[in-house]
Design a protein around this ligand. Structure first.
Ligand code: MCA
Ligand code: AMP
Length: 511
């Protein structure tokens, strides 16, 4: 039997009781005690709906405190939480539900009419809104709290997060209770996170960053979350006067730096700014420090591994570096082909092993095997080097991946859809430097000889098939694609050729 995030949260509630867990502008706070009670009611509802230990609970809902409590309730009854990006379209949802075979699918109240036909003897469909509405909350209001928690083993699955792949279909990364608990406790320690903290939470909660880093830490440490539905520069700066920690993707910091309100005074109450999910430009790190006096703490993680490395809390937070491995995490720089460790200072594949590393891909044993070395190291697909002081630097990716505003986009998935568009001969999807998103998804498309193809046609053909953030922000028509002697498309060359495409671009919200 092992401890779960739910157990740690429930234990914490005994001490923190009436302290606010969620604070939202203009709304009454929700304290730990009330949150635990609501969780227990939701747990009862899950059991009544037939969720038994090991059953998947798929959830595609807008951000709300109740969505976090549903996650906790799922852990309490031994379910496997499966959060889905709110941007996913019908075709994407079909795939995830078919692959994961959940016992319950919770969707937004406004989409339930379209999903209810999915309900069957083995799948229940319920809804959850942001105003304590939806069929799940209706059931919870009438439910008796369930006080017992199902006992789980450390290696039992706690969650599945889907990540796309460089080849083929999306893979469900199975995370265990050991993964979530060990990583959460490591981060609490590493970042000196305590019940006195007030965390500005503006991330989505369907990914590791927003849920398993930010929420888990607050739930377990007994801290308050200032729970914002999305990132808004002014709102974040307003909240900084009464907060201590911000966790964000680099785009958060790029946008904050554009505000004249960001200075030492507006950040004086804050003790820690954390960045991750994508590379933070060293110049942004330096500029932020010059403007505010705060050195952003950059860390490195991955869905499959939770958090891997972090700059030190005490000690130098080095611009352009992601710090040292967290306690218990073994990290090596290895030869890309053989996995043999390389001498210090050399660039190679980043490989990790430890209690943070996932159990494998859902129902894909062969794919799982191919991503691990025989000695248990997981091949991250990132390339890095360790400097003379032990700091890890991520220098590139061995995987064909674009990270746009902290969201991962796998070119293969988009290229396959573009290639189906009438008039398209072939395509290459690449990430180009973007001042707001870090990288912007861009398609280079070669029309068939004689075809009359326009960029807008390609974009229109993808609408409805792909989540908006995966759709190319621009489509460039080209007579051909550069290839090497083996016939492989030279994406590096394309990235160089088009490197200035977005040089003058505004942030998304103002574009
Ligand atoms: C929104 N849009 C985007 C993105 N976000 N397009 C490309 N990339 C994006 N990241 C689109 C919308 O569909 C919309 O399209 C338009 O841009 C404006 O949308 P809006 O909602 O106003 O955007 P925003 O609120 O300004 O959002 C930008 C954002 C957000 C704040 C950067 O994407 C965000 O919160 N990203 C964080 C992602 C994250 O949590 N990643 C962690 C993954 P239209 O043009 O149709 O209007 S976990 C992870 O990576 C690992 C484990 C780790 O290390 O943490
Ligand atoms: P995901 O698959 O969404 O979990 O994204 C994980 C990937 O994000 C990693 O494999 C890295 O390529 C990237 N990543 C996360 N944090 C950082 C960081 N601090 N610097 C550079 N890349 C990062």
């Amino acid at each position: 039997m092992s401890t779960t995030i739910f157990d740690l949260f429930a234990h914490r509630c005994q001490e923190t009781g009436g302290k606010p867990l969620f604070e939202r502008p203009g709304l009454p706070p929700i304290d730990f005690e009330a949150a635990l009670l609501a969780t227990r009611r939701l747990a009862r509802v899950l059991v009544d709906l037939g969720v038994t230990p090991g059953d998947r609970v798929a959830v595609q809902v807008e951000k709300s405190p109740e969505a976090v409590l549903l996650y906790l309730a799922c852990l309490q009854v031994g379910g496997v939480f499966l959060p889905l990006n709110t941007a996913y379209t019908g075709a994407e949802i079909d795939y995830f539900l078919g692959d994961a075979e959940p016992r319950l699918f919770v969707c937004r109240p406004e989409t339930i009419a379209g999903h209810v036909s999915r309900a069957s003897g083995t799948l229940a469909v319920e809804s959850l809104g942001t105003a304590r509405d939806g069929s799940l909350m209706d059931r919870a209001a009438a439910a008796a709290p369930l006080c017992e928690a199902v006992l789980r083993e450390a290696d039992d699955a706690a969650a599945i997060l889907y990540t796309s792949g460089t080849t083929g279909r999306s893979k469900g990364a199975v995370l265990t209770h050991r993964n979530l608990v060990s990583n959460c406790l490591s981060l609490i320690e590493a970042w000196r996170f305590t019940a006195d903290d007030r965390l500005i939470h503006a991330l989505p909660i369907f990914h590791t960053h927003g849920l398993f880093v930010a929420c888990n830490m607050a739930l377990v440490a007994g801290a308050t979350m200032i729970f914002l539905t999305r990132f808004d520069t002014d709102e974040i700066i307003n909240e900084m006067g009464d907060a201590t920690v911000l966790m964000g993707v680099p785009t958060f910091y790029t946008r904050l730096l554009q505000s004249p309100r960001l200075d030492a005074q507006s950040t004086a109450a804050m003790r820690l700014f954390v960045a991750g999910s994508a590379p933070l430009l060293a110049e942004h790190h330096t500029e932020f420090a010059a403007r505010t006096g705060h050195a952003i703490l950059e860390r490195y993680g991955m869905t499959e591994t939770c958090m891997i490395a972090s700059n030190p809390y005490d000690g130098e937070r080095r611009p352009g570096a992601v710090g040292m491995p967290l306690p218990g995490v073994d990290l090596r720089i290895a030869d890309r082909d053989t996995g043999a460790p390389l001498p210090q200072g050399e660039i190679g594949a980043i490989e990790v092993r430890g209690p943070n590393v996932f159990a494998g891909y859902w129902r894909m044993p062969e794919k799982t095997r191919s991503e691990f070395r025989t000695d248990g190291y997981f091949i991250t697909g990132d390339l890095g080097r360790i400097d003379a002081d032990g700091y890890l630097h991520i220098v590139g990716r061995d995987k064909d991946l674009v990270i746009s505003g902290g969201y991962n986009v796998y070119p293969k998935e988009i290229e396959a859809l573009i290639d189906e568009v009438p008039g398209v001969l072939e395509s290459a999807v690449i990430g180009l430097p973007h001042p707001d998103l870090g990288e912007a998804v861009t398609a280079i498309v070669v029309p068939r000889p004689g075809a009359r193809l326009e960029a807008a046609q390609v974009i229109a053909a993808l609408a409805g098939k792909l989540a908006r953030y995966k759709q190319p922000r621009r489509v460039v028509l080209a007579p051909d694609l550069p290839r090497n002697v083996m016939g492989k498309v030279q994406k590096a060359q394309l990235r160089t050729t088009h490197s200035n495409l977005y040089a003058q671009t505004e942030p998304l919200a103002q574009a």
